[in-house]
Design a binder for this molecule. Structure first.
Ligand code: PMP
Length: 281
């Protein structure tokens, strides 16, 4: 089943027009939720961010946000997937191709969503991954979870082609985030991560990890840091809905610290794991 408008329908009943503005302009926003133990995780954080993304690009959901939340819960229950992801997107709808917004009466926003199985990346969580650093060639509104992901797609592929797992973005020498995750470094026991401004997406996992760090008495600074600090950090990790708290042990082929996931990363991984439903641990 898929979400289409305000209904759950069999996949083959979803009909999208080639004139959908999401299709030719990327004129829409999306959200990705994690399913643990068959249920959506951190629902409120994701719903709030989706609502904000819609407001920032001036698309209004054609029904109340609470109804969308119910639909996504039902979609997830119906899917019956213990460990997975639930995706939802909204576009400005179908209209003849022209840059200005179509008149409200001429186009209705199109909502689609689905679930897919996704297992916790246990091996990578244990051993860590490698990353490359590349110039952040995205626009200056990375706080909006927009469908326009071409820079992320191209640079992620470059990372994979070179045998790395992720690409970390540097905007004029300042580390912002990664292609689909936020970046944190640890130096002398202090965690640093880019402030949640227009140059990063305010990750739901980032927020959770910052709360967990606070609970553990780990010092956190939401402060911009440069590529050189990344290179000389004791520990580096990324956070996202799919990657959780993922150690980065190689940056541009050079080991981070001693080349193994560090103690602060491990503490945060343990706290994160304790916060997910027991059925998925
Ligand atoms: N930054 C970007 C660019 C992303 O695509 C994601 C994944 N949604 C994140 C950060 C992490 O956000 P979250 O923890 O909410 O998944």
């Amino acid at each position: 089943m898929m979400l289409f408008g305000n209904q759950l329908v069999p996949d083959e009943e979803v009909r999208i027009s080639p004139l959908d503005r999401g299709y030719y302009f990327g004129d829409g926003v999306y959200e990705v939720f994690r399913i643990y133990d068959g249920r959506l995780f951190e629902v409120q954080g994701h719903m709030e961010r989706f609502s904000r993304s819609m407001a920032e690009i001036r698309i209004s959901l054609p029904y109340p946000l609470e109804e969308l939340e119910n639909l996504l819960n039902r979609l997830t229950e119906t899917a019956g997937i213990p460990d997975g992801l639930t995706y939802v997107q909204i576009t400005r709808g179908a209209a003849p191709r022209s840059h200005p917004f179509p008149a409200a009466a001429a186009a209705e926003p199109v909502v689609t969503g689905w679930c897919s199985p996704f297992l916790r990346p246990l091996k990578d969580l244990e051993n860590g991954i490698s990353a490359i650093v590349r110039e952040d060639i995205r626009w200056h509104r990375c706080d909006i979870k927009s469908l326009n992901l071409l820079p992320n797609v191209l640079l992620k592929q470059e990372a994979l082609d070179g045998g790395a797992g992720e690409v970390i973005f540097s905007r004029g020498g300042v580390i912002t985030e990664a292609s689909a995750s936020n970046v944190m470094i640890v130096k002398n026991g202090i965690v640093k991560t880019h402030p949640a401004d227009h140059h990063i997406l305010r990750g739901v996992t980032r927020s959770l990890v910052l709360r967990l760090a606070e609970g553990l008495g780990i010092a956190v600074r939401e402060e911009a840091f440069r590529a050189e600090e990344l290179a000389s950090a004791d520990e580096v990790f990324i956070t996202s809905t799919g990657s959780e708290v993922m150690p980065v042990v190689l940056v541009d082929s050079r080991p981070v610290g001693d080349g193994k996931p560090g103690p602060v990363t491990r503490l945060l991984q343990q706290a994160f794991e304790a916060s997910i439903p027991a059925g998925s641990r």
